[in-house]
Ligand binder design. Structure first.
Ligand code: SF4
Length: 147
């Protein structure tokens, strides 16, 4: 059973989490790696605490104590304008310090963000395809369904 801790970008701290939870249910976006046969439960949900992400130093431990066996960094960190510059550091830190695997992404990239980023330099500058290609390459109809 996957027990998931989700960390979102603090710029979206008022988000109700609807897209993330829908994607978990539908096994899309960052959750596409899990079989529909495998139960997935959210055991923690928090923001990074604001730039530069100080809550990432602490909150994975609480999630782990509550049973988390994987951490997902929310898609907002990838699609924000600009994207989070600390994603790689978060991933490396959580995996090293807490021994928890980190998946980049929760819900699919909404198509409207995809189109905006194709005109912007941020993803190239951040080499985002190296860590989020699986999100970028989802079918357009899936991305459109998450607009
Ligand atoms: S850009 Fe990164 S560090 Fe800044 S608030 Fe968002 S997730 Fe946190």
């Amino acid at each position: 059973m996957k027990k998931v801790g989700i960390i979102i970008c603090d710029r979206y701290r008022n988000c109700g989490g609807g897209k993330c939870l829908r994607a978990m249910r539908e096994r899309k976006g960052g959750f596409a790696i899990y079989s529909t046969q495998e139960p997935v439960e959210v055991v923690g949900y928090s923001s990074c605490g604001g730039c530069p992400g100080g809550n990432v130093e602490y909150v994975p431990e609480e999630m782990k104590k509550n049973g988390a066996n994987v951490i997902h960094l929310a898609t907002g960190m990838v699609v924000g304008y600009p994207p989070c510059p600390n994603i790689r550091n978060f991933k490396k830190y959580i995996e090293t310090q807490f021994g928890l695997p980190v998946v980049v992404g929760t819900h699919p990239i909404p198509q409207k963000y995809m189109e905006a980023h194709e005109k912007l330099p941020f993803w190239t500058e951040h080499k985002m395809a190296e860590i989020a290609r699986h999100l970028m390459e989802e079918p357009e109809e899936v991305k459109t369904a998450y607009n």
